[in-house]
Design a protein around this ligand. Structure first.
Ligand code: ADP
Ligand code: MG
Length: 140
């Protein structure tokens, strides 16, 4: 069994609409265990650091403005094939093309305000987890 940990976020468009519980329920029902979780209102600078790989993309300013516009839930999810499982239940970046039944299809407002984040590789997951959590905050 390939037990993995990945990093996920419930983004400000979702916390604003009181969807933390609904999204958490979908993650848990997908077989993911929340082993760390906290609510943060990140600064613009923290958002820029987190999304540094996208710094030359045209949407970088909108993205970091949005991510610092309200509270976010940052989480560590653990489970069998947690990376792929999380990406699968989240759905495609753009809700217009996301599969039916996915979090983004159900809840996302747009390609930018798309309700959730999930790491895209084991290396990214390790970096993203360490960006928000001390190892003592992760309790499996
Ligand atoms: P994902 O979150 O699905 O891994 P990316 O890593 O490509 O997607 O992009 C990071 C985030 O940047 C997306 O979740 C979304 O919030 C935003 N984003 C991506 N592409 C666009 C776009 N074309 N226009 C506006 N925002 C975008
Ligand atoms: Mg990504």
């Amino acid at each position: 069994m390939n037990l993995e940990r990945t990093f996920s976020m419930i983004k400000p468009d979702a916390t604003r609409r009181n969807l933390t519980g609904a999204i958490t329920k979908m993650l848990e029902e997908a077989g993911l265990r929340i082993v760390a979780s906290k609510r943060v209102w990140m600064s613009r600078r923290e958002a820029e650091g987190f999304y540094i790989v996208h710094k030359s993309r045209p949407f970088f300013s909108d993205l970091t403005g949005f991510m610092s516009s309200g509270p976010t839930i940052v989480q560590v999810l653990e489970g069998k094939n947690a990376l792929a499982r999380t990406r699968e239940i989240m759905g495609a970046t753009d809700p217009a093309v996301a599969a039916y039944g996915t979090i983004r299809k159900i809840f996302a407002l747009s390609i930018g305000e798309n309700s959730v984040h999930g790491s895209d590789s084991p290396e990214t997951a390790a970096t993203e987890i360490a960006y928000w959590f001390a190892s003592t905050e992760i309790v499996g």
